[in-house]
Ligand binder design. Sequence first.
Ligand code: HEC
Length: 156
Amino acid sequence: MMAGTGKILATLLLGLTVSVSSLAAEPVTPKLTDKLSLLLQKEMRAVQGGMTSIHSAMVMGQHEIVADNAQQIHDSFILQQELTDQDRKDLRSAVPKGFIKLDREFHELAASLAEAGRNEDTKEQQQLFSKMTGNCIQCHSKYVSDRFPGVKSVKD
Ligand code: HEC
């Protein structure tokens, strides 16, 4: 009897957690320190510029430019650069694990895109470019909804 009730409760609770976590998460922006926010914005503008250059180079078959820009995006990983130990602590306490995971995934995709550039593989470049764009949208819709309320989630 008791075990049965416990099981139902557990299932209910699990359902609750799952449905809460699939809603737009709280924006991370208000929780960032000024320094982190500025660094992130700087990185984002660089990423945006890089993606634009990659897009043009990709459609014109300029593989080296694709590779160079993708490599630069990969290397801009803010979680590994320009951060003091204190910044790292601040970041960890400001953003949920899902955010760090998305950022890491995004930079790994950039490394693969650089590789596809070096391999002169246009098809692979197009697929990775699209996956990366999906990551921009996913992170912005989930964690930057305060600044970008118009971005709808593309994940179900
Ligand atoms: C892991 C999360 C994450 C990913 C992935 C991500 N962004 Fe962002 N982006 C942010 C956050 C957070 C901000 C807001 C920073 C702030 O205002 O403090 C932001 C802001 C921006 C801005 C505004 C910068 C400014 O000057 O204020 C641009 C442009 C941008 N992102 C482009 C992109 C593009 C393009 C991609 C994908 C190629 C991307 N982002 C992927 C988290 C992400």
